[in-house]
Design a binder for this molecule. Sequence first.
Ligand SMILES: [Zn+2]
Length: 121
Amino acid sequence: MTALTEPTIKVKPTRKQTPAEREIEVAYIKTRDKGCVLHQIVSGHVCKGQWAGEVVPWDAVGLMTFEHVKEGLGGRKPPLDRRHAVLACWDANVWKVETSKYRPEIRKWIADHEPPEEPHA
Ligand SMILES: [Zn+2]
């Protein structure tokens, strides 16, 4: 078994994500995740929408929220991108906040689905 190491986060001033860039990431994440990621990671997880009705995750992508696995610095929201965000239903992300509990699993899930970032020369 390999030791889990946190990827080194390079601290560099990042410019604000443009709406166009955000659109691209949103579309990509929706296509990749198809629905609530907790549904795939946590057995027994039941997806619920904003109004607490049970939903089928892949029929309700529009009802999903985005979960960031990266904390915003200084209270700023990190940019939404495919390496740090997944789809999660309201129940997971807003009501029970299970996404915080399963953050390591979500990070692993992203790592399993995204090829490693090209090292910058
Ligand atoms: Zn869910």
